[in-house]
Design a protein around this ligand. Structure first.
Ligand code: HEM
Length: 506
């Protein structure tokens, strides 16, 4: 009997030793941070204050490099631009992968954003070139964006007198239409048909992949053993019926395309034709499929997870900033008129399909950048560590996860004068400093950055041009500015975005 008690005590002592060792890691590495709360770490703080406020508060207290715990997991939270450059660019080989708290033993692991090592490289090499500006311009993507933007304007018109109208929702419909048409070859007008099966399935996938997954991830951070349980059960946040729906859709769409003899020119077509060098040719339609159907579905779904709310929030928050700053709106309108409306070279509508012409709208670019600075659609991104390294005097042991706070970078008062102020001219060529360039990372950094960035920015710019030409946007008494942000990893206005739209007269 006594030896059982002794064994129990020895076991408890070993466990206590291991736990203390784990929670003593940052003291040992001499990295400052909050006193660790056993088992939970900063989870209660994030639940109470949200990610944006947590990052600002911790950075103000402990500096740009902070050691903290998310559940059991030790994490280096950084908003130090030099350290970030080392991690994402110079020492990329040590930090190639994203953190996966949960083992997803499912098709989603074939999505480039979640894939690891060689699999990631294989997918990135095939998919990223399809999103380059020249490729987008040659495809129907700009046409799809322009048509969806016109639908957005019509939707605003229908709701101009509606007191309850939440402009964010209009932007979400716009973003949904663009993604469905260009990624799945399925044309929807989601504001008119929100109950259409396709829209509902895309939303179900989005909710599952971005929202419902938060709880299991949090549990796995607190109880790491659960990871294996999820793995064994082949856990997939996206329901079986939803996955089947998209697999069936993709199979039918590919068949339809191969027998129709028609020329298709959207992103789905580019993906079907993507080979190792991405030198797509017409005669490969339906033959050169280098990605399996499930890889194709997983990636299209993940593009929706990456590009749906992010674009909707970027657009809605830019319009909000312009409503609050009528002088910037006026300046932007003058630029749009000068560059697009007065052109005799080609019809106005054609010019909006020309990427180079849109690039000439410099102030538009500045406005979008300033809004992305103030409200980065993703507040954080991360990297896992596959070997120990020394970064600017900080020892990063193998296995330590690194979280990069975009929000803290973009709101750093040492870099950005009056960071709370919407001032698009800070992005002008004359004013933007090298240090600011390094501290502006809405789309991440390095070989694993967001390759949907040109696609996303084009969407936002085209929607802005269509909208502002028709309407003058101003605030209502109930407009909330600055908006209270939701607590998760998105810059999303918690209480929606209420604005006044009046037909533009000048
Ligand atoms: C305003 C909209 C968007 C923002 C702010 C945004 C931001 C980001 C950020 C911060 C990352 C992580 C980058 C890193 O780890 O260095 C990322 C990754 C990614 N984004 Fe976006 N994104 C947006 C829209 C899109 C769209 C529309 C697509 C595709 C249709 C897309 C596809 C991706 C993919 C595939 C990755 C993972 C890349 C890889 O792992 O190689 N994003 N995005």
């Amino acid at each position: 009997m006594w030896w059982c008690v002794l064994l129990g005590l020895a076991g408890a002592a070993v466990i206590a030793f291991l736990i203390n060792k784990r929670y003593g890691l940052f003291k040992q590495l001499n990295i400052p941070g909050p006193e660790p709360v056993r088992f939970l770490g900063v989870i209660p703080l994030i639940k109470e204050k949200g990610i944006a406020n947590t990052d600002m508060e911790l950075t103000a207290k402990y500096g740009k490099n902070i050691g903290l715990y998310v559940g059991h997991r030790p994490v280096l939270l950084t908003s130090d631009a030099d350290v970030i450059e080392e991690i994402c660019v110079k020492k990329f080989q040590c930090f190639r992968n994203r953190v996966s708290i949960m083992n997803l033993g499912c098709t989603l692991e074939s999505a480039v954003a979640l894939a690891k090592d060689d699999k990631w490289e294989f997918l990135r090499r095939r998919l990223a070139p399809l999103f380059s500006p020249s490729k987008l311009e040659k495809s129907d993507v700009l046409k799809i964006m322009n048509e969806s933007a016109k639908e957005l304007v019509d939707h605003v018109e229908e709701n101009i007198a509606n007191q309850e109208f939440d402009f964010y929702k209009a932007c979400a419909y716009f973003s949904m239409d663009v993604l469905c048409s260009s990624l799945f070859g399925h044309h929807v007008t989601s504001n008119k048909n929100p109950d259409e099966d396709f829209v509902k399935q895309v939303l179900a996938a989005f909710e599952a992949g971005n929202k419902s997954v938060v709880k299991p991830i949090t549990f796995c951070a607190i109880f790491p053993a659960l990871r294996h349980w999820f793995r064994c059960r082949n856990y997939n946040p996206i329901a079986k019926e939803t996955r089947k729906f998209f697999d069936d859709h993709m199979t039918a769409e590919i068949k339809r395309r191969s027998i129709s003899g028609k020329k298709f020119n959207d992103l789905l077509q580019s993906m079907l034709e993507a080979d190792d060098n991405s030198n797509t040719t017409d005669d490969k339609i339906g033959k050169g499929l280098d990605l399996s159907i499930s890889e194709l579905t997983a990636n299209s779904l993940f593009f929706v997870l990456s590009g749906y709310e992010t674009v909707a929030n970027a657009l809605a928050l830019t319009v909000l900033c312009l409503a609050v700053h009528p002088e910037c709106q006026k300046k932007l309108m003058n630029e749009i008129r000068a560059h697009l409306e007065t052109s005799t070279l080609s019809p106005y509508d054609e010019r909006l399909k020309n990427h180079e012409d849109i690039q000439k709208l410099i102030y538009l670019h500045q406005c979008v950048n300033e809004s992305l600075r103030m409200f980065p659609p993703f507040l954080r991104f991360n990297r896992s560590t596959n070997r120990a390294s020394m970064i600017n005097g900080i020892t990063i042991p193998k296995g330590l996860d690194v979280t990069i706070s975009i929000y803290a970078l973009h709101r750093n008062a040492e870099v950005w004068e009056e960071p709370e102020k919407f001032d698009p001219d800070r992005f002008s060529e004359e004013r933007l400093t090298p240090s600011q360039k390094k501290n502006f990372l809405p789309f991440g950094l390095g070989p694993r950055d967001c390759f949907g960035k040109e696609f996303a920015v084009l969407e936002v710019k085209l929607a802005l041009v269509h909208l502002l030409q028709r309407y003058e946007v101003s605030t209502l008494p109930e407009t909330e500015y600055p908006p209270v942000l939701e607590k998760g990893n998105f810059s999303k206005a918690e209480n929606g975005i209420k604005l006044k739209f009046s037909e533009r007269t000048s």
